[in-house]
Design a protein around this ligand. Sequence first.
Ligand code: F6R
Length: 594
Amino acid sequence: MCGIIGYIGDKQAQSILLNCLRRLEYRGYDSCGIAVAANAIEVYKDEVRVEALGKASPQFDGTVGIGHTRWATHGEPSQANAHPHLDCTGNIAVVHNGVISNFQALKQQLTSEGHNFVSETDTEVIPHLIEKYYDGNLEKAVEAALRDVEGSYAIIVLMKGESKLITARKDSPLIIGVGDRESFIASDVPAILDYTDRVIYLEDGDIGVVTQGNIKIRRDDKEVAWAEDKILWSVEEAQKAGYEHFMLKEIHEQPKVIRNTLGEYTRDTEPVIDLAGMRDTGIASMLMLAAGTSYNAALIGKYIMEELLRIPVRVEIASEFNYYSYIPARTVAIAITQSGETADTLKAMKRLKEVRGRVIAITNVVGSTATRLANQTVYTRAGPEISVAATKTFVAQLMVLYWLAMAYSKADARRLAALLMELRQLPSKVQQVLDNEAEIMEQAKYLAKYENVFFIGRGINYPVALEGALKLKEISYIHAEGLAGGEIKHHTLAVLSHKTPVIALLARDNTYEAMLTNIKEIKARGAPVIVVAEEGDGAIEELVDSVITLPRVDTLFSPVVNVVALQLLAYYTARERGCSIDFPRNLAKSVTVE
Ligand code: F6R
């Protein structure tokens, strides 16, 4: 979704802003723009990619500026609706991430006062409000303007003649990057990685005044002391490193990601944190909340937790949970969100806090909003994930769930020791799947010709079927549906034919026989079947069209090896169809609106 950047320093702002915008592209956007304070405020924006913007824009001479990638919410993608937005004088420029919910009323009021609007956006009211309140003190004018607006925002304000940037946040992420004789303001860390690894995470309600050599932050009308954090992600991690796409690189990073996330939490025999006070008191049940791929991780988490903790676990789609009329007080919940900024998940966390719930966040982004709302945070150590499609963060989420469940497990010591040993072997098992890429590529070439594909699984691999379908649909634009194996006879057999391949996840567990029955039912309707099965299952080859063979693991860990195969399948199918793999149409990495 929208990304913002600000620069103030001793270098020319334009090329730095464009470079930072390139680093924000992964968030998903449809138009972009920059403004630089030269003799006047110079703005160049359009409905184009950042590269095209850079080539087409005139050279601006100035060392202070702002930039934006826009993901349309209010008004279509167009030059007029792209940010930065200006006031009537053209002296005040604003970039904004978030949604101003009362913009219609504000726009009407400002129009009646003589302000002239040129876009359909909610954002445009902000520079006009600042203009209205400006009497020589920009900071005060921004504060007054923000008192009028409702909704969410991370903003950066640039004004002609002022060698400073004003920035503020409410319910949208915002950071300040600290450099030598220069500062950056951004919606997220990858934007500034090329320039600094020193960062300040702003809190809701903060207003920052950033000059070349100074940063001042005000909260509740008082200046607050700020503390710098060190960014642990490296520039290299946020680059393609020779891979054709970020997604392929991120799929290939998974053995390392598993090692990193496990290394973080299994150094000691004792758990590193006490999950919701569980060690002393135990808990009777648990709720998990998430969206999209993180929701599928939560569904797998249910199987893991119920098997090892022996407590009932409920999993809810965050956006649906937000409309439930009854939430039991003091619920213990795990919210899973790789970005830590998904609006639906954050809202669900807030609802839980209102009824004195205890929320543990599992996230990949240090300092993200989820970490501020949560009572406790457990970080996945996946490094920056640039491709819109979540891959390595999904596997890292599973690792945290395995670790949490094993740390509190009621399983006997021998089973636990065996699981721990398997867990430590997972990176090499995943590497074996990656080494089998050529076979999966062949299957992808076949799949790419179809327009409807079904995925089926049972037990702990049912959510893996959902994830396989999600990933294929998201990046190849093939209509794909994930189903519990047992459900197909209730509806989907009606649409199966030679035009609808089915991918069946066959695990060597108590679901095996029932899955074989499903596979036979599907074959009897003429649908091609590709089975994903562990090595050594020779009998299945007779029954189906083709088999993707994977290394043998304990069923509890089968989602990890299976999902890596399905990620590769989705990737190569999308590549075969010539899709924009890292930036699928209409999707965004960080979904900050409801
Ligand atoms: C799919 C994908 C999305 C996200 C969803 C939640 O590949 O990436 O479905 O999983 O938008 O995002 P987070 O995990 O950031 O809350």
